[in-house]
Structures are given as C-alpha cells and as structure tokens.
Design a protein around this ligand. Sequence first.
Ligand code: UTP
Length: 226
Amino acid sequence: MTRLVIRIGGSVIASPVNIDLMNKYAHLIEQIRLQGHEIAVILGGGTLAREFINIAKNLNLKPDAQDRIAISVSRLYAQLFMEKLGNLGCGKVATTLDEAAECFVQGKIVVMGGLKPGHTTDAVGALVAERLHADLLIKGTDQEGVYTKDPRKFSDAVKLDEMTFDDLTCVLEHSEHKVGIHQVIDSVAIDVLKRNCLKLIVFNGFKPENLLLAANGQNVGTLIQR
Ligand code: UTP
C-alpha cells in the first residue's frame, strides 16, 4: 500500500474539457483505491481558469485576486470529480490542508483544486503530499515527461528518464509565480518535495493508463528525486 498524491493538469482534462478522460481517470483512481492505495487527487483550472484570469485582469484586479478567481475554477473541476467518485470521496472538496488530512483519516479519497494565491496546483500537490506523508506525487501533464528544454519551442529537446530536483530547477523557465503560468512543475512544489525527500513522476496525462503503472512504482515518464 502506498500513499499517492495524483495531480492532473488542467491542460490535460480541462483544455478543453475532456469528459472521456475525466471518466477514465475516475475509473482508474477507483481501481487504484481498490488495490489498497491511499489517494489524494488535485485538479487544475485549465483554459477556463485562464479565461477568468483574463477577465479579472481586464477588470484591473490585482494578481492575488486573479489567483483567487482561478482557484475557484479549479475547485469547480475538483467538485465535478469528487461527485463522480461518489462514496469513495469525502463528499466535499478540501479547501485547506486540515480538511485534506481529516478526509484522509476517514479512508476516503481527498479531492482538491487550488489552495491559496501565489503558486499553482503543483504546489498544492506537494503540500498535500507533505501533510499526508505521501510516498509519491504523480503529475499528468501535456508532455511525455521533463525535457532538457521546452519541447513546444525546441525540436531538439530531449526527454529525461530520471533527474534530481536541482536538475529540474535548472530547466524551469520561471522561478517566480506568474498568474496562470503553465510549466512542467512550479518552483514552490520543487522546494516542498525536496525538503521532504519526496519523489515525483511526471507523465503524459493523455495516456491515463500509465497512472496504474506509476501507482505501482513504474517510471512511465520522468522520475525526479533528491
Ligand atoms: P494551475 O496552473 O495549477 O492549473 O492553476 P492547471 O490548469 O492544472 O495548469 P497546468 O495544466 O499545470 O498548466 C491555475 C492558476 O490558478 C492559480 C494560479 O494563478 C494558477 O496559475 N492558483 C492555483 C493559485 O493561485 N493557487 C493555487 O493554490 C492553485
């Protein structure tokens, strides 16, 4: 039995909304729970969050307010997912780490969106993993894993099978939070994972079946550890 935090990128299930993929993830997560693993699922806000961020920007709202709007959108996706999980979930999207911990001790699947302004749901995944003493954080994103440079911009980018958190920091384009940022993982998450000696697997979220393999310890993308 392992304690898993599964972070599904909004770029995967919500850009645009992919009902089929959401159904597949719900089914797989149910299977993983029935295998005996303990699970927290963290969902991002996808393009709808970015649309609302733009509205907030155009209304001249400050970055913290823009973040809060995006957090609300991510929680909406979390609610959809939580409802889909039925009795396996706690019946409420966790909005604090305390609520996540309470849900977890009841043996239920924790479902969360954003937590607070200033970072992305990657950091939420890492903070939840820290709080729940998880064994592994798994992130499904829109690439096969982590590359030497941004594969969307550079055709000579090479995918890495394994790396350290220090290597990962070097390939990040931004080390500071920008509202609505999209990069492989955020730097707050890296700090939290590093200080807790946690492991992270980044995999292609459009191949959800890899989640089962990752949950059982296989490296299906890039394995990052200290
Ligand atoms: P994410 O960037 O985590 O969503 O949150 P995503 O769609 O899953 O992103 P990808 O797929 O990894 O690119 C959307 C935005 O919500 C705000 C941030 O502005 C973030 O960029 N947010 C989210 C917060 O401010 N705090 C949180 O705890 C979570």
